[in-house]
Each structure stands twice: as C-alpha cells, then as structure tokens.
Design a protein around this ligand. Structure first.
Ligand code: SF4
Length: 694
C-alpha cells in the first residue's frame, strides 16, 4: 500500500446490513471518508450515508459522563448502583425480574458479553434486541426450513443471477451499495431481469423490468401461486426434493390459495410466474416488507418453499436472500442476542446445547426456556414484573411499535439504565442511570453483514469524554455482581477469541456457525483481521450453503411448510387508511447520528406522509400542508407529500423522526404492537389510521 491508503484506517460503516468497508483518513479539515476498494462487500463504493460519516463525528449532543437521576456522577458510583440494583431485583424477585434490551448496532463483542451476562450468569433469557423489529421473521423462517438461521448465499449471487426479485425491499434506499452492484450488473448484462414486488413504486422500481404492486400483505399468496405454477409446469427438481420433507403438504396448501387476493393484473402475475419458473438462476431478495408482518415467518417460508422445491439454493446466482437492516443484525444472531437463542446458533431449549455453553462459560445458571421478546418485554415492564431494565444502544421510546405506550412503560419501571452515546433522546430522558458509551469511530470490534462476512470496526480516535465501550461497561457490572473471572477481558480481541472457541464446540454439535479458525487469535491478529466469510474452520471456509441438499435438521432434510396467507389487520370506518412505514435514503433509525449531517437532511428534511392524489383531494389536503394522522395507538403530524407512487388508501410515512421534532413525526407511535406468532416480530408495515388536515 502506498500514499494515502497507507495512512487511512480501515473500518466498516455502522449503518445498514450491506457492511461496506470504509477508509477513514484524518486531514486538516477533519475525517475524510472513502469506500474501501479492497472490501468485498462494496469494492470502493459508498452510499450517501456512509460518505457523510465524517460529518457525524463531532461532540454535539454526546453524553460525556455518567449521570444518576440527571446529575453527573463518577463511573464507580454509577456502576456500583447498577450492579446493586440488578442484584437486589434478582435476589428479591428472581432472575426473570430483570431484562436487557440491546441493539443490532452493537459490535459482536459487546453483544456477546451482554448475552453471556444475562443468559449464563444472571440466569434469565430476558435479553432481546431491536433486531427483533428487523429480521426475526427471517430467523424463524430459516430455522423452520433449514434447521438453523443460515443465509445460504452471497452478494455476488445477485450479479450472477439471471433474475433478481426484490420482495418487500427498497434496496435502492435501504441497501444502496448492494443496489449499486445490481445496477452495474444489469448495465454490463442487460439480459439480467429485475422484478420488484412492493405495494409502493419505490426508487428500486427504476431498475425493474416488472413491478408487481401487489395488495399489502399478500406476498405469501403470490409465492403460493408460484409454488403451484412450478409444480404444474414441471419445474420441481425431483432429485433435490428427496432432501426435503413437507413438499406435498406445502403444495396442497398452496393450491388452496386464491391469487386474486394479490390484486395484480393477470398479465403481470403470469409474466412473473413464467419468468421465475423459466429462469434457473434466480435470487429472491427480501427485507422488511416481508419480515415486519404479523405473518412474516410464513411469508419467509413461502419464499423458501419455492427455492427448495426447485433446488435453486446455495449455487452461484441462486437462492433466497434475506438482507438485514442493521450493520450487525447477523452478529447479534451469532452470539444469541435474541431471547430465544443461544450463542453460536445453538438452541436454548436443547439440553445438550445448553450444557455445552454452560460448561464452556463455567456458568452458574442457565435459563431453560426462552425469555421475553421485545414487545412482550416492554409489556412486562408495563406490568411491573420487570424491576430493572437496561437499554443499550437503542431508542425504543421512538422505534418500538406503540411507542407512546412503551415510553410510559419505561417511565414506570423501578430502575432503568440506558447506555448511549447521545445525551438526549426520547429514551435517555427516561433513565435513572445514564452511562456514556463510545460510538462509531471510537469502538473496536467486529460486525457481520448480510452475506455472513465478518469485518472489523476500528477506532479512529479516543473515546469522547468519559465514554466507555459497551463490552467494558457490561463486564464491569458482571464483575461487580460477583463474576470477576468470567468477565475479565482487557481487549475486544479476547472476547472475539472466546466466541470463536465456543463456536468450535457449537460446530461439533452441528451448528453452522463455526469460526474456530480464529479461536487462538492474538491482539495483533485481531488488529490485522481482514474481512472473512463464515464458516471459518478446518472443515469449511466461506462459500455457500445447501447446494448438496444437506441441512442442519435432525434428519438432515430441509422442511417445506404449508402456508396459508393471512389477511392483515382490517381497516374500519374510523381508521380507513392502511399506513405503510419504512426508511428514507439518507437517514438512519432515529437519526441520532445522521441528523448531525446537514447534507443528509437535504434529501428529505421533515417527517412526511406520502399520500395518493385521490386521497389527498378527498381529505382536502394540499401539497406541503400538515396532516394529522391518528391510530388507536397514537398520533403524528406530518408534512403532506402527494404522490401516485403509493396506492389509494395506502399512504406511507418514514420512521426516523422523534418526539422532539416539530411537527411530531414519531410514526411508531401509530403502529400497533401486533406480532408474528412465531417470530415475535411486530407488524410495523400495517397501522390502520385516520387522516385529517391539521
Ligand atoms: Fe453504509 Fe449501507 Fe451505505 Fe454501505 S450501503 S455505505 S453499509 S449505509
């Protein structure tokens, strides 16, 4: 390496699940950010959010010292108080009286320590994560079909496919660099077909050969229709289905489906079915439009059914592909950050798995049953059964469904700790103890992107003020609670190595997640660690899964599930509109970082309601006026954006703005806490609302 690159620090973008490599270089003007040409995820590309990272590194709004009841305190006092309060709650009410609510933006090492502390030492599984709102339905779908939460394919499959279907995924805005790769692939090979399946005409449709603006919630019906078409047109792979249980039942259920519920022009539906059936190299990419649903798991399995039936999985240019929302949603899954999982993709409810982890950790107490998933966790907080709650690196008072109710629940809890890098959010204002955490540019550790590639985030500069790393804070509390030996790390490399060693044990038990190649890694090796795909062990390195038809189920066979599409929550006379929610191109989550960049706010500066011209006219809403949106849960006031990209009756609003912003754009206050019965993921895409001029 020479010149500029030799001086640059290699790190990873903290936003979406693409996981782009970043080169950060300090200049007299500040931090210069560029895409890392050597990172396999982005090969030098960045999107607007990644490119603006240098503008978000100031100290504006940072939490720089611990606070107890709003008063600055020293670290020892704050940590002693947290440990004592959690210990008292556990001693008086049992381990299930405490809970951690964490984040897909934590680094894997932070996540591992939180999970170890709660599941191995406190002895409860009450740790859940904002990833529950993001991809829990994909996890459930994978586990039901494959026996493990395994993403079969790689990003390059999108470039090698002859057909890419984007379902419930506005890839252009939500995973922009992956979309850029798809744009480049189509430019180089125009025969590559792209289909977008989405009720909205999103920016991703600019690349589409076909846009299916299906009725909201009818995705499973579409893929059931596809399964029937595949069977009737002789496209089922007779050899591959020898490796699958449940084909006949899945097909029988699919035959009961009425594809009319998709409300698609017949010619478009037939064109899609023929294209999918007639193209061997097909990748179906899906994201929140599938996952964030009261039947998200079934939608995922309806997609997986079609790939399994045709054997189009795990081979170049073929497969279902879940793209995760957050930078480390996958890392969180790997450490067992969900309330119903154990570390290294082991199963909490399998005694041999539990015993292996307990032995490895020398853990005094392991839960035998899943803990509370996100929505249920905050319900338990509301009910008073959770006595001590620790919220880490996330802002649930804005981002949880039924957000007003969640904020009230947090406010009512006996003891609330919030670790955050920002001083003033809707959630930090509810904390009894505030702990300053390091943020991107200060943290050191790893993240895993949507294609299972583990990359390093590296510190560019020292921690701001008195901020500490999340893993350090958690380990300090673990030590204060009496478990000094188990939480004795000095460096994140030691945590990574411990996780890698545990993954070797998991691999021997049949887990797909095995990175035991790195079990003996040194600090220097960790510093130099290049991005790599898992698995990484003596038996298997990188690559794809399942092409040979061997799965991680007890009998080694995949499972196709009979799926019956379910109707989403109905509108009623008082709430005649179905509100869709989602991200915008240039902001991220609750904007605590992207809101610091004036450039990023130029794209869409205010919370808005995108509404069809017919609806706007009927309601007397003028362009750029304000609309009051109400649901049975809450209220928001949004700027009117009249657009025929949304269907009549189906407006759209972005999720990013908080209660501090005027007009009040806290859209998750409108969203009901209806969850998928399998995954526990909320139905964030389907709030029924009333709309009126404000
Ligand atoms: Fe960051 Fe995602 Fe943009 Fe890449 S595509 S620069 S990971 S936000």
């Amino acid at each position: 390496q020479t010149g500029r690159q030799a001086e640059a620090i290699r790190t990873t973008c903290p936003y979406c699940g693409v996981g782009c490599g970043v080169l950060a270089r300090q200049t007299a003007q500040g931090w210069e950010i560029a895409g890392d040409p050597d990172h396999p995820a982005n090969m030098g590309r960045l999107c607007s959010k990644g490119a603006a990272l240098g503008e978000t590194l100031g100290l504006e709004g940072r939490l720089l010292a611990p606070q107890i009841h709003g008063q600055e305190a020293n670290w020892d006092t704050a940590l002693d108080l947290v440990a004592a309060k959690f210990r008292a709650a556990i001693d008086t009410h049992g381990p299930d009286a405490v809970a951690f609510y964490v984040s897909g933006q934590l680094l894997t090492e932070d996540y591992y320590v939180a999970n170890k502390l709660m599941k191995g030492f406190i002895g409860s599984a009450n740790i859940d994560t904002n990833s529950r709102l993001c991809m829990a339905s994909s996890v459930a779908g994978h586990r039901r079909a494959f026996g493990t939460d395994t993403v079969p394919g790689l990003y390059e499959d999108l470039e090698q496919a002859d057909l890419v279907v984007l379902v419930g995924s506005n890839l252009a805005w939500c995973h922009p660099v992956l979309f850029q790769r798809l744009v480049a692939a189509k430019a180089a090979r125009p025969a590559l077909r792209v289909v977008v399946v989405d009720p909205r005409r999103t920016a991703s449709c600019d690349l589409a050969d076909l846009h299916l603006a299906l009725a909201p919630g009818s995705d499973a019906a579409l893929f059931n229709a596809l399964l029937v078409h595949l069977a009737d047109s002789g496209k089922v792979d007779a050899d591959f289905i020898n490796n699958i249980n449940g084909f006949d039942a899945a097909l029988e259920a699919a035959r009961q489906e009425d594809s009319a519920r998709c409300n698609l022009p017949q010619a478009d539906l037939e064109a899609f079915l023929a294209l999918w059936a007639g193209t061997q190299k097909v990748v179906t990419v899906y994201s929140q439009g599938i996952n964030q649903s009261a039947s998200g798991s079934d939608k995922v399995n309806a997609i997986l059914n079609c790939h399994l039936a045709t054997g189009r999985i795990g081979r170049p240019g073929m497969g279902p592909f879940s793209v995760t929302g957050q930078p480390n949603a996958m890392g969180g899954r790997e450490v067992g950050g969900l309330a119903n999982m154990l570390a290294c993709h082991l199963e909490l409810e399998v005694p041999a798995h539990r015993a292996a982890v307990q032995t490895f950790w020398a853990a005094p107490a392991m839960p035998e049953t899943p803990g509370l998933k996100a929505v249920d966790m905050f319900r338990a907080v509301e009910a008073g059964t959770i006595k001590a709650l620790w919220i880490i690196c996330t802002n649930p008072a804005v981002s949880m469904p039924d957000a007003d109710r969640v904020a009230r629940a947090i406010a009512s809890c006996d003891f609330v700790v919030v670790s955050d890098m920002m001083a003033s959010t809707d959630t930090t204002r509810l904390a009894h103890v505030l702990l300053p955490a390091t943020g991107w540019g200060e943290k050191d550790g790893t993240v895993t992107n949507s294609e299972r590639r583990i990359s390093r985030q590296r510190a560019l500069r020292p921690a701001a003020g008195q901020a500490r790393h999340d893993w350090q804070i958690l380990a300090e509390v673990g030590r204060r609670m009496g478990w000094a030996e188990a939480f004795a790390w000095d460096y994140p490399a030691q945590i990574f190595a411990e996780h890698a060693a545990l993954s070797g044990i998991a691999g021997a038990l049949g887990s797909d997640f095995d990175i035991s190649d790195h079990a003996g890694i040194s600090s220097a090796g960790f510093d130099a660690l290049a991005p790599f795909l898992w698995p990484a062990n003596p038996r298997q390195r990188g690559g794809r899964f399942f092409a040979e038809g061997r799965f991680h189920t007890a009998d080694g066979r995949a499972r196709m599930l009979p799926i019956t599409a379910r109707t989403p929550q109905p509108t009623d006379a008082a709430h005649p509109f179905r509100l869709n929610t989602g991200r915008v191109r240039d902001h991220w989550h609750t904007m605590t970082r992207t809101g610091l960049s004036a450039r990023l706010s130029q794209h869409l500066a205010e919370p808005y309601l995108e509404i069809h011209p017919h609806d706007a006219a009927a309601l007397g809403l003028a362009a750029a006026s304000l609309a009051e949106v109400t649901s049975p849960q809450g209220r928001a006031v949004l700027r009117v954006l009249i657009s025929d990209k949304v269907a009549p009756g189906h407006p759209f609003a972005p999720i990013h703005w908080s209660g501090e912003t005027a007009p009040t754009g806290r859209v998750d206050a409108l969203v009901p806490a209806i969850t998928d019965p399998v995954s526990g993921q909320p139905d964030s895409k389907a709030a029924v609302v009333a709309i009126a001029p404000f």
